[in-house]
Write a protein that binds this ligand. Structure first.
Ligand SMILES: [Zn+2]
Length: 549
C-alpha cells in the first residue's frame, strides 16, 4: 500500500457529528487533511479513505459540533479580567469586600486591585459599594471595581493616586457623555463612584500594561475560550498596542482563537483621541494587514449610545420614573452618518453598539444609505445589542442583510436591570430574536465578554430560555429553537462577518474547527444545555485543548 498524496492526516470515527450545514446533517465521521475538512460521512466510508500515515481516532459515540464563534467579544479585555477580581456572582456588598480583602492579602501594598462585575440590581443592599467600604477591605492598595457596565467605584488610595479630591471640578456638562462622579451631599467629598467618561479620571492613573502583559492576556483568554469551545471571535475595539499583542501571539504559534480585529473608534475611545481617529484609521488601512485565517483587521467599532441598565441608552420615551431622561448619544447623531459613510468608503465593515431604539434606528439608516449609495459585497455592517428595533429598522435590516448581533446572556444577567429601567413589558421584548428571524434579519450570538460570560452555551441557554437570574421569563414568544441557537454561534456568526464560506460548519473544504462535547445540545433540558462541557477543541486540524481529569 503506497502513501496517497490525498489521504487524510486524521480521521474521527464513531461520533455524533452535528455538521450545521444547510441540510443540518448528522454524520458519524470526518476526515481532515492539513487545516481543512476533507470529507464527512458514515464511519465505514470515511475509514476507507485512510492511508498508512492517517491517525484514526474513535470518538466512542461522543457529540461533535462546529467550533463556536462569538461575533462580538472583547478577548483582550477578558484576558485581563481573568487576572482580576471577578464579582459577577456577588449578591451582597460583604461578598464583594471579602473578595477584595482576599486579593489584598496576596499582593504587595501599593499594587492596584482591579475587579469587575458588580451590579447593584442584584445586590441585597440595592446600591454600589462605597469608597470607605473598600478602604476597610484594602486600606493599603488602590482599588477599582468596575460595575458590569459603565460605572466604577474607587477607594481612597485610588482617588489619591488619581489626584481626585473634593476640590476637583465636576466634568464639563456641555461635553457629550462626559459623565460625573458622585459626591457626599453634605461634605462634597467624592464617594468613589464614577460613570461614563468620568471613569477615565481614575483609569488614567492605573499603570498601562506592558506589551508582554498584553500578549499574556490574549494567551490566557485563548486557553479559557478553547475550554468552552470558542474558536473564533470578532474583537470590537483595539488600538495599535492591542493589535500588536495579537500579532505577536500568532507569530509564537499560540493564537488558538481566530480573531477579526475591529479598530476602537468613535464613542469607544477616550474623547481626547477622537480628533485623530480618521488619520489613524486611514493609516492602518494603508498598511499591509498581514491577514490570514487566524487574524485579520475587519473593521471599525462605534459606540453610539449608552446602556439600558444605567439609563443611558438613547430611547424614544423616558426611562421609568425619570420623565426628563431619554438616554444619551455618545457620538453626535448629526455627524455619525457621515463617519459611517467615510469608513464604508475605506472598505471597512462597521460594528455599532446600539442599545436604545433611537440609536439602533440611526445606525440602521446610516448603514442602509451607505450600502445603497456604494454597494460592496465584502462589507458587513452590523448592529450590536440590537435590543429594541423599530418596525422600520427590522425592514431595513432584512433588506440590506444587516446582522443583529444580540448579546444573549444579558437577558439572564442584566434582564432585571432592564425591567427596572424600562418596565417589565418593554424589557421582555428586548432582543426579539424570533421576530428578527421571521423578518429575515441575519442573527448572530455574542457575549460582549467581559460584560457577560463568554461561555457560548450560556448564550444558547439565554436564547432558548429567555429567563433572568431570578427566574423571570422574558417574552417566551421570542425564544428561538435549539438548532437556531446553535446556528447563531456557528454558521450565522461566521456569516455575520462574511466568513461562512470557510468557517461555521463541518463541511468538506472548510477549516477543520470542531469541538467534542459531553452531551447532545439539541435534546437535553435548557439547564443541561447551559452546563454543556467541552471535552476537546480542534482549530485548523490541530487539537488545541483537551479536558483533563
Ligand atoms: Zn462590546
Amino acid at each position: 500500500m503506497g502513501t496517497s498524496p490525498s489521504a487524510p492526516d486524521r480521521i474521527l470515527v464513531n461520533g455524533h457529528i452535528l455538521c450545521v450545514d444547510p441540510q443540518f446533517q448528522v454524520v458519524e465521521a470526518v476526515a481532515i487533511r492539513g487545516d481543512r475538512i476533507l470529507a464527512t460521512g458514515p464511519s465505514s466510508e470515511i475509514r476507507a479513505l485512510a492511508g498508512p500515515d492517517t491517525t484514526i481516532e474513535d470518538l466512542g459515540g461522543a457529540g461533535v459540533l462546529p467550533g463556536l464563534i462569538d461575533a462580538h467579544n472583547h478577548l483582550l479585555s477578558t484576558g485581563q479580567v481573568l487576572q482580576q477580581v471577578t464579582l459577577y456572582d456577588c449578591r451582597s456588598i460583604p461578598e464583594i469586600l471579602d473578595r477584595v480583602a482576599d486579593r489584598a492579602r496576596t499582593i504587595r501594598p501599593g499594587t492596584w486591585i482591579i475587579g469587575r462585575g458588580w451590579d447593584e440590581s442584584l445586590l441585597a443592599e440595592g446600591r454600589h459599594p462605597t469608597r470607605w467600604e473598600l478602604d476597610r477591605a484594602a486600606p493599603d492598595h488602590p482599588v477599582v471595581l468596575h460595575r458590569v457596565w459603565n460605572k466604577l467605584v474607587a477607594n481612597s488610595a485610588a482617588l489619591a493616586a488619581a489626584g481626585i479630591t473634593r476640590e476637583t471640578p465636576d466634568p464639563p456638562s456641555d461635553q457629550r457623555y462626559s459623565g460625573s462622579f458622585e459626591r457626599d451631599p453634605s461634605t462634597g467629598e467624592p464617594t468613589g463612584l464614577f460613570r461614563d467618561r468620568a471613569k477615565d479620571l481614575i483609569l488614567n492613573a492605573i499603570p498601562a500594561p506592558t506589551a508582554d502583559e498584553l500578549v499574556a492576556a490574549v494567551a490566557a483568554a485563548c486557553r479559557a475560550y478553547n475550554a468552552v469551545g470558542l474558536v473564533g471571535v470578532a474583537e470590537p475595539g483595539l488600538d495599535d498596542d492591542g493589535i500588536a499583542a495579537f500579532r505577536t501571539l500568532r507569530e509564537q504559534g499560540e493564537l488558538t482563537v481566530r480573531t477579526l480585529m475591529l479598530l476602537g473608534a468613535w464613542g469607544y475611545v477616550p474623547a481626547e483621541r477622537e480628533a485623530d481617529l480618521k488619520s489613524w484609521i486611514a493609516d492602518v488601512r494603508s498598511r499591509p494587514d498581514e491577514a490570514d485565517d487566524l487574524l485579520r483587521i475587519d473593521g471599525v467599532k462605534f459606540m453610539l449610545d449608552g446602556g439600558i441598565g444605567d439609563r443611558t441608552a438613547r430611547m424614544d420615551v423616558p426611562y421609568m420614573d425619570e420623565p426628563d431622561n431619554v438616554g444619551q448619544w455618545v457620538v453626535d447623531p448629526e455627524e455619525y452618518p457621515h463617519l459611517v459613510r467615510w469608513v464604508h468608503d475605506l472598505g471597512y465593515s462597521i460594528d455599532t453598539h446600539t442599545c436604545g431604539i433611537a440609536a439602533q434606528d440611526l445606525a440602521v439608516r446610516a448603514y442602509s444609505s451607505a450600502l445603497e449609495a456604494a454597494p460592496n459585497e465584502r462589507i458587513h455592517h452590523r448592529v450590536h445589542h440590537a435590543y429594541f428595533p423599530s418596525a422600520d429598522a427590522i425592514a431595513l435590516m432584512a433588506r440590506h442583510r444587516i446582522p443583529a448581533l444580540v448579546s444573549n446572556p444579558f437577558l439572564v444577567h442584566l434582564g432585571e436591570s432592564f425591567v427596572a429601567s424600562v418596565g417589565s413589558d418593554r424589557a421582555a421584548r428586548a432582543m426579539p430574536m424570533a421576530s428578527y428571524l421571521r423578518a429575515g434579519v441575519p442573527l448572530a450570538g455574542t457575549s460582549d465578554s467581559p460584560i457577560a460570560d463568554f461561555n457560548p452555551f450560556v448564550g444558547m441557554y439565554a436564547a432558548v430560555a429567555r429567563r433572568t437570574v431570578v427566574g423571570r421569563d422574558l417574552a417566551p414568544a421570542e425564544r428561538i429553537s435549539r438548532a437556531d441557537a446553535l446556528r447563531s454561534y456557528t454558521i450565522w456568526a461566521a456569516a455575520a462577518t462574511s466568513d461562512a464560506a470557510t468557517r461555521g460548519s463541518i463541511e468538506p473544504g472548510k477549516l477543520a474547527d470542531l469541538i467534542v462535547v459531553d452531551r447532545d445540545p439539541l435534546t437535553v433540558s435548557d439547564e443541561e444545555l447551559r452546563d454543556t462541557q467541552v471535552l476537546r477543541t480542534m482549530v485548523g486540524g490541530r487539537w488545541v485543548w483537551e479536558r483533563t481529569g
